[in-house]
Design a protein. Structure first.
Length: 216
């Protein structure tokens, strides 16, 4: 997170105003907010102690309507999209951290609190810019998670995919590691004040981006 802050600030001290927003200061440190804190602040409840049924009731209580038979993770994602994300990165960029363990299948769990994982996402001016986490380097733990996911998918009537045994065998042979994937096009949008991603793509597909076709 510190490296990413410094990288973005080195590119520009401020992001220009995008449609419907003000210029955004990019000077570190960025805001750091755990998922638990974000849900309590913007949705009015703590998601971590809740089972799927209690989560659905809490979601409905804050105005979100999960679909019939929605899983815990489906409801989490819907509340995140509707009640949390619109308020992130408004005054300054925000790191949303400590995602629930089930939302970070390949990430290491936080020491001392296995309910959450060492995963973060970066938001700024209405854009989700990056996703990063500490790698899970434990083949047995990764197998347990993937097998649990298989059982959940089977119970929901979804396709069940075979385990990647080569991947699982390799995990125990790699050192501790972490990384972040940054959306380059979205970062360019932030730094230029572009209204749409089509405005910053070098070769936008006209059939996918009508705005680009009109400009051409």
């Amino acid at each position: 997170m510190a490296d990413l802050e410094q990288l973005i600030f080195a590119l520009a001290p401020e992001a220009p105003a995008r449609p419907g927003s003000r210029p955004l200061p990019l000077r570190p440190p960025f805001e750091r907010l755990t998922c638990q804190e974000a849900f309590q602040r913007f949705a009015g409840f703590d998601p971590l102690p809740l089972d799927a049924a209690a989560f659905e009731r809490a979601a409905r209580g804050c105005g979100v309507r999960p679909g019939a038979g929605a899983s815990w993770d489906d409801a989490f994602t819907q509340v995140l999209l509707e009640k949390i994300e619109p308020f992130l990165g408004v005054e300054r960029p925000t790191f949303l951290t400590e995602y629930p363990a089930s939302q970070a299948a390949l990430a290491r769990l936080k020491p001392g609190d296995p309910r959450v994982a060492e995963r973060f996402e970066l938001y700024a001016a209405g854009l989700e810019l990056a996703n990063g986490f500490s790698e899970l380097c434990d083949g047995r733990e990764q197998r347990r998670r993937l097998e649990d996911e298989q059982r959940q998918r089977q119970a929901l009537g979804r396709d069940v995919f075979p385990l990647d045994e080569k991947f699982l065998a390799a995990l125990d042979r790699i050192p501790e590691a972490g990384g972040v994937a940054v959306g380059f096009d979205r970062l360019v949008m932030l730094l230029t004040g572009a209204a749409t991603i089509a405005d910053v793509l070098l070769f936008p597909a006209a059939e996918e981006y009508p705005a680009a076709r009109r400009k051409a």
